[in-house]
Structures are given as C-alpha cells and as structure tokens.
Design a protein around this ligand. Structure first.
Ligand code: HEC
Length: 204
C-alpha cells in the first residue's frame, strides 16, 4: 500500500490562503509586466526640444550663449540648437561645455553649471532621434538674466591704469594683472570669501 500523499493544498482554510497567495503573485507579475511596458514606452517616446531640451539649455548654456555674452553664438531657440546638434553632443560628452572646472564629489557649489550624466544622455538621444521640436506649449518660460553686475553692485571698483589689448586669435591667454587696492582696513569676516567679478570691454 503506498503511503497516503498529503494533498499539496489542504482543502480547509489553508487552501483559501494558498489560492490568495497565488492570485496575489499573479497580480504582482502583471503589475511588473505593466511597469516594464510603460517604462519601455516612456523610453521610446521621442524627446522634444520644448519639453526635454529647452530646460537644460536655458539653465546650463544660455547664461553664456546669448547676445552680449562670452560665447560666440546663441543657444536660445530651437533653430539655434538645430544648427549645431552634433557639435553639442560632442562638447557635452567631453564635458568641454558647459565649462565647469570643479571636480564633482567634493562638495557642491551653488548654481553649478555641470550637466548630469542623464542630461548629457538626453541631449545625445534627442539629436539621434532627429531633433524634434515638439509642442511650443511645453516650453519653459524663457530664462531671465540680470544685466550688468552679476553679483550685485560692487563695494569697490578698481580700474587698470592702461587698457590691455587682446588680439583676436585662437587659444587661451593667461595673464596676471596686478592692480593696487589702497585699502586701509577690510571688513571681511573669517567665514566669508570675498567675491570678485571682472568686466571686460570691447574697444570701440
Ligand atoms: C560659462 C560660459 C559658457 C557656458 C555656460 C556654455 N558655454 Fe559653450 N562656449 C562658451 C565659449 C566662451 C565658447 C567659445 C570658446 C570655446 O570654444 O572654448 C563656447 C563654445 C561652444 C561650442 C563650440 C565649440 C567649438 O569647438 O567650437 C559649443 C558647441 C558650445 N559652446 C555648446 C555649449 C552647450 C551645449 C552648453 C550648455 C550645455 C554651453 N556651451 C555652455 C561659453 C560657455
């Protein structure tokens, strides 16, 4: 006589619980399939200038890439970006742009211009998707900039006794200028770093 085999799911209350567990597992499975599908759909959704690119560029590029600033061309509109897609991917991947020297991971600076890996990836994917413009209703408000002194009116302005003429040529020029500051006393506190802002003018 074979040993009576214990039923796998006992018919009493326990069976109900076991069924519930099986049902719950199925529900979870369905849920995770749904989640995987929706994230695939999200990834497949085309990125657009208005929704995904303008917020990055307005914050991280436009401070310099706008009329009157240091960069040689504007990056404010869809047309501006479209002209230079490939170049933008290249310079952001190399982290040549935005210029931001501090090494990450040693403390954060306020108003850092550094792009995250995710933002660099978004720019690259948008270009590879053919740079769609999207719906202008998705555009964030245009960036607003402070004109003139960026750090507020200075407490002190020192001027060079004679102008320095920088010739138009490629490559960076590093030069130290020594300017006398006839201060009798300073009110800089030990926990306060004085800020210096330089203003260059183009000869007229
Ligand atoms: C702090 C100012 C500043 C910011 C911020 C900045 N740029 Fe620039 N960019 C410059 C200047 C100045 C140049 C021209 C000199 C050079 O190429 O180094 C330049 C040049 C470029 C060039 C041309 C590079 C080449 O090889 O000729 C590209 C493309 C560019 N920037 C894209 C960007 C993008 C995209 C962003 C934002 C993600 C950005 N920049 C942010 C100042 C800036």
């Amino acid at each position: 006589m074979p040993e009576p085999v214990e039923p796998l799911v006992p018919p009493a209350r326990g069976g109900e619980t076991a069924r519930k567990i099986v049902v719950t597992m199925c529900t979870l499975e369905r849920l995770s399939v749904a989640l995987a599908l929706s994230s695939m759909l999200l990834a497949a959704q085309p990125l657009t200038f208005s929704k995904n690119i303008a917020p990055i560029v307005f914050e991280h590029c436009a401070p310099c890439h706008r009329p009157g600033e240091s960069a040689p061309f504007s990056l404010l509109t869809y047309g501006d970006l479209r002209k230079r897609g490939g170049q933008i991917v290249q310079v952001t991947r190399q982290r040549y742009m935005p210029p931001w020297m501090p090494e990450p991971g040693y403390g954060d600076f306020a108003d850092s211009l550094r792009l995250s890996d995710h933002q660099i990836d978004i720019l690259a994917r948008w270009v590879s998707q053919g740079m769609p413009e999207g719906d202008s209703a998705d555009l964030p408000p245009p960036p607003r900039f402070t004109e003139g002194w960026q750090l507020g009116t200075p407490d002190m302005i020192v001027r060079m006794s004679q102008p320095y003429h920088l010739n138009a040529a490629s490559g960076d020029v590093f030069r130290n200028f020594v300017l006398p500051v006839n201060l009798k006393e300073t009110s800089v506190h030990s926990n306060c770093v004085p800020a210096i802002s330089a203003w260059c003018t183009t000869p007229t």
